[in-house]
Design a protein around this ligand. Sequence first.
Ligand code: 5GP
Ligand code: ZN
Length: 113
Amino acid sequence: MEDCLFCKIIAGEISSNKIYEDEQCYAFYDIDPQAPAHFLVVPKAHIGSADELTEENAGVVAHIFLVIRKLAKDLGLENGYRIVNNCGKDGGQTVGHLHFHVLGKRCLAWPPG
Ligand code: 5GP
Ligand code: ZN
C-alpha cells in the first residue's frame, strides 16, 4: 500500500525499533508507549483493519498470537499482558494497517475508557 505508515516501516523506509520479524509478521516498539512494555505486531501483508479479515487472509492472526506468546516470554512479561486491537474510528484506530498492541509490565485497568 503506497501511503501506509506500517507498510513503510515493514519495508524499512521508515525506521523502527524492531523486536522480531518472520515471513508473515513484523514486531516493533510503539513510538508512544502506554506501558513500560508496549509493542506492536503487524502482518506483513497489508490488511486495513480487523474488519477487513476474510477466510483467505485471517490465518496470519493465529500466527501473530503465537508470536506474541513467544515475545511475551522473551521479554519477561511473566505477570501477564494485554493484547489490544483498535478497529475503525470508534475503536480508536489511527493507523490503517491491522496491528495488535501488546502491553505489559504494569497492572492495566479494566474496562478501558
Ligand atoms: P492505533 O491507535 O491505530 O491502535 O495504534 C497506532 C499506534 O501506532 C499508536 O500506539 C502509535 O503510538 C503508534 N505509532 C504511530 N506512528 C508510529 C511510528 O512512526 N512508529 C512507531 N513505532 N509507532 C507508531
Ligand atoms: Zn499497510
